[in-house]
Design a protein around this ligand. Structure first.
Ligand SMILES: Cc1cc2nc3c(=O)[nH]c(=O)nc-3n(C[C@H](O)[C@H](O)[C@H](O)COP(=O)(O)OP(=O)(O)OC[C@H]3O[C@@H](n4cnc5c(N)ncnc54)[C@H](O)[C@@H]3O)c2cc1C
Length: 302
């Protein structure tokens, strides 16, 4: 199905902040995917409300932060991709960081180092935007963003802007209820404490060193492809099936970390998708365990 989108209206509203026929490779950490017919870069709430009105009229709208947790189809996306990058900025006030949702985690960490604020070091090496982190409840085995968030501001599917306390939302391992409730997250508060810049820097350096040793950061990827099933590690299950090094085209199951699929250069999203399906089938057959993807599939796959 091809969706009709009026280019003139989009250009009138977004001016030079609308692009046509953009490669998904430029917007995703996998560096794969087809041509996206329309990409907009909203920079205020009115433009978000306009996008919601389009969605209500049958034009799908998909927000992308850093694109570090998505696999976008080689057929692109039949609708509008909206980058959150213009919603960016951090400000400290009374023990919290007021953070716009498009702000990248590394900017937040940089701000914390500069202002000697501790509590968010665990975000080091998670290459997303704060909005993406909230949608995914991103984190590590020790800490998730739900542990530090206070209030989330979002617009719901009825067009109401809401300031929701974290306690009123359900948060689980790599799941947040905000994904269903929100059309778009605009900002949040993150809890921080006074700290020492040298200690913060050292903690981050240690985290990054560990990631470098255990993850294939030299290749494009979207981090862990599968969620850990209860009582298991997805990476260990994949490794035990002997699938490390399993390759289709230029996509391969990393030798360094079996839950990573990396792009050796010219992988397509379809190559990655085929590996995902093969891993799921193999793990199901050998262990009777269903592996659920942590990454989000955007667009059409067959
Ligand atoms: C090398 C590497 C390491 C990683 N390590 C980790 C890790 O340790 N822990 C972890 O949890 N994740 C990890 N990830 C995955 C990823 O970085 C996180 O899931 C991150 O939170 C995704 O943020 P993003 O901005 O890239 O989201 P995107 O991929 O852009 O989007 C993810 C989802 O969020 C939605 N979204 C984004 N912003 C908004 C918004 N403002 N409003 C509404 N919806 C929005 C999108 O529509 C999509 O549904 C890793 C990824 C890589 C490449």
């Amino acid at each position: 199905m091809k969706i009709f989108i009026d280019k003139n209206t989009l250009m009138k509203i977004f001016k030079d902040r609308v692009l046509f026929d953009v490669s998904a490779k430029s917007l995703t950490s996998f560096k794969t995917g087809g041509i996206l017919p329309v990409v907009v870069f909203p920079s205020n709430k009115q433009e978000i409300e306009f996008l919601l009105s389009l969605e209500k009229n049958g034009i799908p709208v998909k927000f992308l932060g850093a694109g570090s947790n998505v696999l976008v189809s080689d057929y692109g996306f039949d609708g509008i991709i909206a980058s959150t990058k213009n919603f960016s900025g951090v400000e400290y006030q009374d023990g919290v960081l007021n953070t716009l949702a498009g702000t990248r985690t590394n900017s937040v960490i940089g701000y914390c180092i500069k202002n000697q604020l501790t509590g968010l070091e665990f975000l080091a090496g998670i290459p997303g935007s704060i909005g993406g982190c909230l949608i995914m409840n991103a984190g590590t085995k020790n800490k998730s963003i739900s542990d530090v968030v206070g209030v989330v501001e979002y617009i719901n599917h009825d067009g109401e802007w809401i300031n929701e306390k974290k306690e009123n939302l359900l948060w689980k391992y790599r799941y947040s209820q905000i994904k269903e409730k929100s059309f778009f997250i605009s900002s949040c508060t993150l809890k921080v404490e006074d700290g020492d810049a040298d200690i913060i820097k050292q903690t981050i350096a240690n985290i990054m060193q560990k990631r470098k040793t255990s993850q294939p950061l030299e290749y494009p990827s979207a981090g862990s492809v599968f969620k850990n099933p209860s009582g298991h590690y997805a990476g260990r299950l994949i490794e035990q099936t002997g699938l490390k090094g399993f390759r289709i085209g230029d996509a391969v199951v990393s030798e360094k970390h079996a839950n990573f699929i990396v792009n050796l250069g010219k992988a397509t999203s379809s190559d990655i998708w085929k590996i995902i399906c093969h891993i799921q089938e193999t793990v199901k057959k050998q262990y009777n365990i269903n592996l659920e993807t942590e990454i989000e599939i955007v667009g059409r796959f067959s």
